[in-house]
Design a protein around this ligand. Structure first.
Ligand SMILES: Nc1ncnc2c1ncn2[C@@H]1O[C@H](COP(=O)(O)OP(=O)(O)OP(=O)(O)O)[C@@H](O)[C@H]1O
Length: 931
């Protein structure tokens, strides 16, 4: 049984007699969050608490993260004089505490013990100001309260002296004094506590005590927390739901919508019935997956490896009601499915929803609480976590910068704090009504006028952004500012005149932590820190506007690191998952560079300034489209140089003067050898899909182009970069910086791989079965095959046998036809596209969530790229993969990849793979992947 000492916040009392808790205590991991929830709810709640308070990380990581967050919060603008604010009053719950050197009593005693919660009550605005520390054992037992008389020293310090302690035990009608000789303790009973941050919402407080301890405290009044706590205790849930809904009603805008994603049920008002299947069919267990186009899936684990699934549809029938019809049930075991005759029709009432929690009234008027488990949020599916981390950090840092920079900006005339009643954050402002002024930055109600610009703005936050933009637009376009922009809003990265990197806002530790969090690995000298917003990059304002217009709210991890590194002129070798935004991560620096060069020195010369090489025409077309979008309104053009289009037109465009040439190597060499094109101004060369570009077939052409340039900056990208490719890249370009995001050469985690063992002659029938299955066919679908003829034949067979419209695409078809095929596929006219490798790499097929690998490619790298078409920006997708004896050359790598992704491995593949790894005969090399 554990020994409990009386503990206090910021003040350590000598050891007191021990008490024995009535409930046995199991000491768990050394995690210091005390929030009164059980472990399972803690896990659930982790997804809704600030990311730096996640509890799944290791203890050291958590401590580091919290310390970083504490540092950031302390540097940001909290309530000015916390001790005089009414926001400090009330009962605070201790979430985290540290003490340098010896662990504090709280750490020693209460860490990891679920049944205790530690609180601090602060009541300063009374005749008898007091600060009390409370240890609550449980609702059933009661609490121990140690009280101190308090006085305020200044805006943040509280002086206190403990004077009484007592137990309030639930089973006794009176308080039991706890005998502490406070008088005799003298100075030991005194202490002080500084509040170094108090949030404007009055919900979060950081205090530091006289013994060097840091405390993170939270007011336990957040309705979401109250609801989760009620669910964890299964007590008062209905009341908590009612309160939660009524509190959120006022804040809700418009009609709630059933949001796409995976929703896990954490509470329902009805206990399950005896029938397992009935429970699952009525959504009383497991997950609900809300898909696009009104599709709904219930999924529940039955026993190990066996699942129950039920598919159906939902149709909106009222402001917040849906008609749900679940009619397609099956029991799934691996690749096998056993249909189940079940049906369930009901009205679903959506009582509350946001991106993380949902309350509904469903079948039989049962109340449900679901939480989102896929971490996806409409647009940024799968990237949610990263975005939350970075948003949170960037906002906190921004808040810190804001104080500092605004004061500088205004030359000490008027500190921002002097402006009373101005909303601080943009999202505190309401939407503008018709006819009302709009904020020029965010479009919300433009309640204030910015004195410096006379523009309408909604808040201090937007004012800051506005001033930053104005400062930038007044600087010569694209030229690096000679000093740090005084009004930089989120400027972590500012380019100095001498082009040396200088990261102002992030310390080395913070940079390292951020990289670790975002799984960014960097090798190279003086590599700039990642940026957390596009605004932090010193690129032309027009480019920033275009990025915003493209809907890129925040950079993806690869963009965060590669863009600043490329902007300081580093040559890069970058690997990151398929669909992770690599294209923009090279286009942004390319466009910034063209814009600068065009402005600075080459405005009168009609010579290209940069070249982007990609292996296929389709990819070139796509990259050029994106380049055009991002370079809109900037003073240079792009040229597409690919086979299949007339060369004369391409030459004409180049001769008119272009900033970026986007080309396939073959056609560019053709053009260069036949015509006189001066490449001496080309300062950036991009090799997209670099591993392929440095392979036989392309390698010579690429080197030829590279040698025609005068020491350009080289940016090389792929989702698959092997050691050999890295070696080649390093020998080609000296001093290259290597950046990798996530695990190199592995498939995107968001793609669920479903390998199926199918003999070659049965593949077609299997494909038709899938396409005809309501459950498995998820159009639009790309089917990858190994040959051009195969693509044509299979697309015809699909159309004839299944009646589903299908087209084929491959390198033999004319360019015009290829463009038209992709268009009709992307607009949804044709749900099935059978493709060769031309669509395997780089192509951004938005909306495609399913890929079928009909013919396994000969290299595992191509496989990684092909299945990557099923997911963009981490949105979930599936890849059904046909595999058989013919693919034995890649069995080891395939098994390796399937294993590391947690995908099932077909029995036949497993047994054959194992067979090949038994001790080998003389002269044969041992396989690397023996199991
Ligand atoms: N910061 C961002 N915010 C939102 N969307 C983005 C952002 N960056 C890129 N995108 C979008 O994400 C999608 C995938 O990006 P992209 O095609 O560049 O991925 P990729 O890493 O090059 O993939 P692949 O390896 O398959 O070529 C595109 O639709 C792109 O427009």
């Amino acid at each position: 049984m554990a020994t409990i000492e009386l503990a206090n916040l910021g003040f350590q009392l000598p050891p007191l007699p021990t008490i024995s808790p009535l409930t046995p205590i199991t000491r768990r991991s050394h995690v210091q969050f005390r929030n009164g929830f059980g472990p399972s709810v803690n896990r659930r709640a982790a997804s809704i608490r600030p990311p730096f308070l996640r509890i799944s990380d290791s203890y050291e990581q958590i401590v580091q993260e919290v310390e970083l967050a504490v540092q950031i919060l302390e540097g940001s603008e909290g309530v000015p004089d916390p001790t005089s604010s009414s926001l400090i009053e009330g009962r605070w719950q201790l979430m985290f505490t540290t003490r340098p050197g010896t662990a504090s009593p709280i750490q020693r005693t209460f860490v990891g013990v679920d049944i205790f919660s530690v609180f601090q009550e602060v009541y300063l605005q009374t005749n008898d100001p007091r600060v009390s520390n409370i240890v609550r054992f449980s609702d059933a037992i009661g609490e121990l309260k140690v009280e101190a008389a308090a006085s305020i020293k200044d805006g943040k310090r509280i002086l206190f002296q403990f004077d009484k302690a007592a137990f309030s035990l639930k089973f006794l009608p009176f308080k039991v004094p706890y005998p502490v000789p406070f008088r005799l303790l003298g100075d030991e009973a005194k202490g002080w506590l500084d509040t170094t941050y108090l949030s404007h919402s009055g919900n979060l407080r950081i205090s530091r005590g006289n013994k060097g301890t840091t405390f993170v405290l939270q007011k336990n009044n957040e309705p979401r927390q109250i609801l989760l706590e009620a669910i964890s205790k299964d007590k008062g849930v209905r009341e908590a739901i009612d309160e939660f809904i009524s509190l959120n009603k006022n804040a809700a805008k418009g009609e709630p919508e059933l949001l796409e994603g995976e929703w896990k049920m954490i509470w329902s008002s009805q206990v399950e019935t005896d029938s397992w299947l009935e429970n699952a069919a009525n959504g009383l267990m497991g997950m609900q997956i809300v898909k696009p186009n009104g599709k709904l899936k219930f999924l529940a684990d039955m026993v190990l490896g066996v699942k129950f699934s039920m598919d159906g549809t939902f149709v909106k029938s009222g402001a917040n009601t849906y008609d749900v019809n679940m009619d397609d049930g099956a029991i799934l075991a691996g690749q096998f499915g056993l249909p189940v005759e079940l049906g369930s029709k009901f009205k679903l009432e959506l009582l509350y929803t946001d991106g993380k929690i949902r309350i509904t009234r469903g079948y039989n008027r049962i109340l449900f609480v679901h939480i989102r488990t896929d971490g996806s949020q409409q647009k940024y599916n799968g990237m949610n976590e990263i975005l939350e981390i970075t948003k949170e950090l960037s906002f906190k840092i921004m808040e810190g910068n804001q104080c500092e920079s605004s004061t500088v900006a205004e030359n000490g005339n008027e500190a921002p704090d002097a402006v009373v009643d101005v909303k601080k954050r943009c999202w505190d402002q309401r939407e503008a009504l018709p006819g009302e002024p709009h904020c020029v930055i965010c479009g919300r109600y433009g309640e204030y006028i910015c004195d410096e610009t006379d523009d309408d703005i909604c808040s201090l936050e937007c004012k800051q952004t506005l001033l930053c933009r104005v400062a930038r637009s007044q600087a010569p376009v694209g030229l690096p500012p000679s000093t740090r922009l005084p009004t930089a809003d989120e400027c972590f990265y500012v380019r100095e005149n001498d082009e040396k990197f200088n990261s102002q806002s992030l310390t080395n530790d913070q940079t390292e932590l951020l990289r670790r969090k975002l799984k960014i690995n960097v090798r190279g000298d003086l590599v700039p820190a990642p940026v957390l917003s596009f605004n932090s990059c010193n690129v032309p304002q027009k480019l920033l506007d275009n990025i915003e217009a493209a809907g890129y709210e925040m950079p993806t991890p690869v963009q965060m690191q590669a863009i600043p590194a490329a902007l300081v002129g580093k040559s890069l070798l970058v690997s990151a998952d398929t669909g992770s935004g690599k294209t923009a991560s090279f286009l942004v620096p390319v466009i910034a560079s063209c814009s600068n060069l065009n402005h600075e020195k080459f405005s009168n010369q009609k010579k290209p300034l940069s070249i982007v090489l990609t292996p296929t025409r389709e990819l070139c077309i796509q990259v050029e489209e994106q380049a055009k979008l991002l370079a809109k309104g900037l003073p240079f053009k792009t040229a597409l140089v690919v086979g299949g289009d007339p060369m004369a037109g391409q030459l004409h465009r180049i001769n008119q003067g272009v900033g970026v040439i986007i080309a396939t190597p073959g056609r560019l060499i053709d053009l260069l050898t036949k015509h006189d094109i001066e490449l001496d101004n080309v300062s950036v060369l991009v090799l997209d899909e670099v591993d392929l570009m440095l392979q036989r077939g392309f390698h010579e052409q690429v080197i030829q182009i590279f040698q025609a340039l005068s020491q350009p900056q080289v940016l090389m990208y792929s989702a698959t970069i092997s050691k050999e490719v890295e070696k080649m890249a390093c020998s080609m370009v000296k001093g290259i910086t290597v950046v990798s995001v996530g695990k190199p050469n592995k498939p995107n985690r968001a793609v669920k791989q479903m390998p199926i063992w199918v003999e070659s002659k049965k593949k077609k029938q299997k494909l038709f079965d899938i396409l005809l299955s309501k459950q498995h066919f998820m159009p639009p679908v790309v089917i990858f095959v190994g040959s051009r003829l195969g693509a044509d034949l299979l697309s015809e067979a699909v159309a004839v046998t299944t009646g589903i419209k299908a087209l084929s695409i491959h390198g033999e078809k004319p360019m015009k036809e290829r463009r038209e095929i992709i268009r009709s596929f992307l607009v949804g006219e044709v749900p099935v596209l059978v493709a060769t490798g031309v669509l395997g790499r780089g192509i951004d097929l938005l909306g495609v969530r399913q890929v079928i690998v009909f013919d396994m490619p000969i290299s595992i790298k191509e496989y990684v790229h092909q299945i990557g078409r099923a997911s963009r920006l981490g949105e979930e997708g599936t890849a059904i993969v046909f595999v058989n004896e013919e693919n034995k050359k890649i069995f080891p790598e395939l098994v390796d990849i399937l294993k590391s992704s947690g995908a099932p491995i077909p029995r036949e593949l497993n047994s054959r793979y194992t067979k090949t790894t038994f001790p080998l005969g003389k002269g044969q090399k041992k396989r690397k992947h023996s199991s």
